[in-house]
Design a protein around this ligand. Structure first.
Ligand code: PMP
Ligand code: GLU
Length: 424
């Protein structure tokens, strides 16, 4: 609350905003490491690989060629067309042109812009708009929705369904106030995926709900689409014709091309509403960021079209697949820890609730996932994200990113095992 009159105050909006646990724990682990503590970080959701060289070269060349000025707000049309073409040919999302694509400063930023363009604060006497959020879900969806005046209706999924919601659950959750359904496959934090037939079932429910929930659109966050290593291939729900004009597809360069620091993301939506939605994002970004860094457009096109880059992406995918196996093998030896098998992204999400109620070797009472994560950071020097902020049943879990070397995975699992063995 803003109560003081003698000192400046911050907005209630930001005072009430929950910091991102993934970002803050990663920052903390990095700071501890910089101060000389031997921390092994597993909190960061970012590939440890460097950005492929042709992408860097393209950005350097663009800069040297003078592409250093303001650009159109949503991105230059050549690059927007290039992204549209990728989504049509690779993801089968038909009818997309550059006009249906908005480029922004990261997946998180285009998510923020999208939600700002869909939600309003409720007028007096009106119920707020709802965002349907299958949980466990990435920590940023909820706060971004709440900042825009929406409320979150969680749809809980658990290990018994491989963390996928069912069509019936979706049907039961839809109301006239439903504005947005978030889907994220492969999933952060679970590493599990929806199959094509799962998505067709969900799409049928959305199609049948048009009259009940005329404002409902889907945002399909496909940022991990290139990091898939199980039997389930990636499938874009935006390719299903019956609901295609209601689907926003979100993606970006961070994960697929190891470009987290470049801050590039995009959203696309076909149809006439899609064009209006994208234009609205342009208006918003015109008052916010103006455009992304000008010499990054060449890098986006290089990443998407250069076959040499595609080979590097495949190399990274194989590395994640083998790390997933390594970390699962190691965790299966740790008593009291059970973990769903990831088939995409680079996270494992073990259930550690069997450890709650115990006391660490150094005397810390382990009450829940946050106290476990704290004790592990302090005593075993490993940074694992407590599940709680991922919603639903996540409080029983820790999230461990395995976007790091085999050596680090082995060393981290040695410490994890030692810590668990020391519990009384
Ligand atoms: N969606 C999901 C599910 C994520 O895990 C992330 C991670 N940062 C993002 C979107 C956004 O990534 P970025 O802002 O780096 O593009
Ligand atoms: N998405 C990554 C994660 O979940 C990066 C940090 C963030 O943006 O949340 O760790």
């Amino acid at each position: 609350m803003n109560t003081s009159t003698s000192t400046p105050t911050l907005s209630n909006r930001v005072l009430n905003l929950k910091p991102s646990i993934t970002v803050s724990l990663n920052n903390r682990a990095k700071a501890l490491k910089a101060s000389g503590v031997d921390i092994l970080g597993f909190a960061a959701g970012e590939p440890d690989f460097d950005t492929p060289q042709p992408i860097k070269d393209a950005a350097i060349k663009a800069m040297l060629d003078g592409q250093t000025k303001y650009t159109p707000t949503l991105g230059d049309m050549v690059t927007r067309d290039c992204i549209a073409n990728k989504l049509v040919t690779e993801n089968n999302i038909l009818g997309l042109t550059g006009e249906h694509v908005a480029i922004g400063a990261g997946g998180k930023h285009v998510l923020y812009s999208s939600i700002q363009c869909l939600f309003d604060f409720p007028a007096d006497g009106q119920e707020p708009w709802e965002m349907l959020l299958p949980t466990p879900a990435w920590v940023s969806y909820r706060p971004i929705c709440e900042l825009s005046g929406g409320v979150v209706r969680e749809i809980d999924a658990g290990p018994e369904s491989d963390f996928r919601i069912t069509a019936q659950q979706l049907k039961d959750a839809i109301t006239p106030r439903s504005r947005l359904l978030i889907l994220n496959s492969p999933s952060n934090p679970c590493g599990t995926m929806y199959s094509e037939s799962d998505l067709r079932e969900l799409a049928a429910v959305i199609h049948e709900s048009r009259d009940i929930a005329p404002n409902l659109v889907v945002l399909s966050d496909e940022i991990y689409e290139k990091i898939v290593y199980g039997d389930t291939p990636h499938f874009s729900i935006g390719s299903i014709p019956e609901i295609a004009d209601r689907v926003i597809t979100l993606n970006g360069m961070s994960k697929a091309y190891a470009m987290t620091g470049w801050r590039i993301g995009y959203v696309a939506m076909p149809g006439e509403f899609g064009k209006r939605f994208i234009k609205a994002i342009g208006t918003l970004q015109g008052q916010m960021t103006t455009n992304i860094t000008s010499f990054n457009y060449a890098a986006i096109r290089e990443a998407i079209t250069n076959p040499e880059v595609a080979q590097t992406v495949e190399m990274m995918r194989n590395a994640f697949a083998s790390r997933a196996k390594l970390i699962m093998d190691r965790m299966s030896e740790i008593p009291g820890v059970t973990c769903p098998t990831p088939t995409g992204a680079f996270y494992v999400f073990p259930d550690v609730s069997a450890l709650f109620g115990k006391t660490s070797a150094a005397g810390t009472k382990i009450a829940d996932a946050p106290s476990l994560s704290e004790a592990m950071l302090d005593e075993a020097h490993i940074a694992f994200v407590p599940g709680n902020d991922f919603g639903g049943i996540s409080g029983n879990h820790l999230r461990i990113s395995f976007a790091c070397s085999d050596e680090q995975i082995n060393a981290g699992m040695d410490r994890f095992e030692g810590f668990v063995e020391g519990l009384k």
